[in-house]
Design a protein around this ligand. Sequence first.
Ligand code: GLA
Length: 381
Amino acid sequence: MEPEAPRAWPARDAGSRVCRALPRATQFYFAPGRVNLMGDHIDYLGGVVLPMSLRSGTILAAAPGAPGVGLRVQALDVGETADLTAADLTRPLGDWRRRLVALLSALGLAPEAVPWEVAVSGTLAGGGLSSSASFALVFARWLMHLGVVPALPPWALGVRLQRLEAEHAGVACGLMDPLAIDLGEAGAALRLDCRGQAGEAIPLNFDEAVFALVPSGVARQLADGGYNRVRGRLAEALQAEGFPPDAIPPAEAIVRRPPLRHVQSEQARVFAACEALRAGDADAFGALMNASHRSLAEDYGVSVPALDHLTATARALPGVFGARLTGAGFGGWALVLCARDGWPEVRGTLARAGFPGGVLAEPGGRPRSLALEEGRYGQDP
Ligand code: GLA
């Protein structure tokens, strides 16, 4: 009989795909994706951000490889299988084989020395949910779980992954994504201080409100250059107004240029959002989401018409507290805070308005090994 992914697994569709692709697998490993609830485009200035890991993510199945073969990977979502070698490091920026071999090398491993066959798949398509960091972490934490490389603490690993993303994907990103995943907690968002390198779980305290994700239908690639371009504009603005290049202007400083207005006001919104979350105040949180979207769109220039249209449509619906783009922008998913009872109706209305495929955003914990027996007969859909 074909192995089937247990009901209780997160990212179960990906689980089913890897089980089918590698029926003799003996190991299963999961890394969540992440959604950022508040605080975009400030992690690379050492800001404090408020992401949450997701039950959507990446699953890897692994079986001992054939003799004489190193790491063989079936990347199911792109329909490619590769026996990885050091030569993959010369592939173009962003190629998944290059990123994976670079990761192994950052952990002190050559692909030829990892005698495993792996099938990998994810449920994070569409942009903005950190599929890249999830892909890197599912491999890194699995290899550490196997004991073939020493386990690194999350911040040390996060710094290495950030460097790899810059050198091998060409995206000068911040520290938020790997840490949001690696420190993820079930039932909680995470207050991440990217300068102080500290994370604090904040339980989702809304009694009657839920976070949901809705795809804008515009896929985006950070390596296209938009991300690095806005970072360049920010650097110019900081310099022109005489601020240090690597910090958010203090809350009391007068700033004039739009990118500086964004980073300064976004930081204040994160602090207010943490308070609103602790107090279970969905009205306050929703208003902060709306203001954040406006700031990202108007002052930072990272929205696109589909995201503006989607969030404006959502905001006008009964039961919606707020809506914003999430992550880097330029397309991808939008985040909606909605009354629990109202979500089915909101989901349906957004689908009819051209935005089908909304899902609840539930905290997914951190990377971990999965057992085939786990929840085999469970009820969790
Ligand atoms: C991407 C980057 C992160 C962060 C967000 C925007 O996800 O990888 O480091 O800058 O965009 O908040």
